[in-house]
Design a protein around this ligand. Structure first.
Ligand code: CP
Length: 311
């Protein structure tokens, strides 16, 4: 049986093209499982997983928990807000205490870039990064590419524009790595202040005009403005941002071809996209959410197979 080249999922950067293809093939099987009347398989009955969330989440947290339960793993959930982290316990001590309760795998969201890699190097467990600050969100990028593959047949050769707050976005960085590895062309679009200077080193195109970007692409991934990560003003007002970079239905309908609209969520309706775009037949936003469960089942299943082989 094929296996992943990595022991942890800390970032897309550490994966190979073959790893991504294996995750997608495995997710295809799990997608059919979660659409059956009995949405569960007994694969991970002997595995216990802890979900550690040091930052807010709706989709990722529920999606991981459902993925784990659909695989029949035992699941414990940890929220920093109600934990002894508030009393000064370190990350390593917190996780080692959780592991002492015979936990096999840790899924972690943390505000600090590099937190998942740090944990993978300092504790004896499999680590899955559920988002580390503005660094990477690997399972989001995997489910995004999986959804493009499902809608357009493949990712190779497709043109994908990521629109909005690239500077503060872990979704953007993971998507750039993931899409390029599969042979897609990637463009970023937004105000100059929200596009990092290093972006040219990643081999992506940069466009500041939304119409030109949308005329170029097959897929537009519309990102949220991450106000919670901004300590200074990056643009004059939300209203001005929306006028220049917001997508409404009239704009979408005026394009010379039908593009696919994606959004990782949470959406700020009326800011980056209007409700009639979010709810249109060109938007695959809820497909992304559905695929997230299958893709996360695949990641957890494949990492757990490595634990079982060690035993
Ligand atoms: N897409 C995403 O990461 O959403 P949450 O912050 O709700 O998990």
């Amino acid at each position: 049986m094929m296996s992943l080249s990595v022991d942890h999922l800390v970032g897309i950067k550490e994966l190979s093209k073959e790893d991504i293809e294996l995750i997608f093939q495995t997710a295809d099987n799990f997608k059919s499982v979660i659409n059956r009347p009995i949405k569960k398989v007994p694969s991970l009955r002997d595995i216990t997983i802890a979900n550690l969330f040091f930052e807010n989440s709706t989709r990722t947290r529920l999606s991981f928990e459902l993925a784990e339960k659909r695989l029949s793993a035992d699941v414990v959930n940890f929220s920093a807000a109600s934990s002894s982290v508030k009393k000064g316990e370190t990350l390593i001590d917190t996780v080692n205490n959780i592991l002492a309760m015979k936990v096999d795998m840790v899924v972690m969201r943390h505000p600090n870039p590099g937190a998942a890699k740090f944990l993978s190097e300092n504790v004896d467990s499999r680590i899955v990064n559920a988002g580390d600050g503005a660094h990477e969100h690997p399972t989001q990028a995997l489910l995004d590419s999986y959804s493009i593959r499902e809608s357009l047949g493949s990712v190779k050769g497709k043109k994908v524009v990521i629109v909005g707050d690239i500077t503060h976005s872990r979704v953007a960085l993971s998507n750039i790595f993931c899409l390029q590895m599969q042979g897609a062309e990637v463009m970023v679009c937004g105000p100059a202040t929200l596009i990092p200077k290093y972006i040219h080193d990643l081999g992506v195109k940069v466009e500041h005009n939304l119409r030109k970007a949308l005329e170029w692409c097959d897929v537009a991934n519309m990102l949220r403005i991450q106000l919670e990560r901004m300590d200074v003003k990056y643009f004059p007002s939300i209203r001005e941002y929306t006028m220049l970079y917001g997508l409404d239905k009239a704009f979408l309908d005026s394009l010379s071809k039908k593009i696919i609209v994606m959004h990782p969520g949470p959406i700020n309706r009326g800011v980056e996209i209007t409700s009639d775009v979010a709810d249109s037949d060109q938007a695959i936003i809820l497909d992304q959410v559905e695929n997230g469960v299958a893709v996360r089942m695949a990641v957890i299943y494949l990492l757990a197979q490595k634990i079982k082989r060690e035993e």
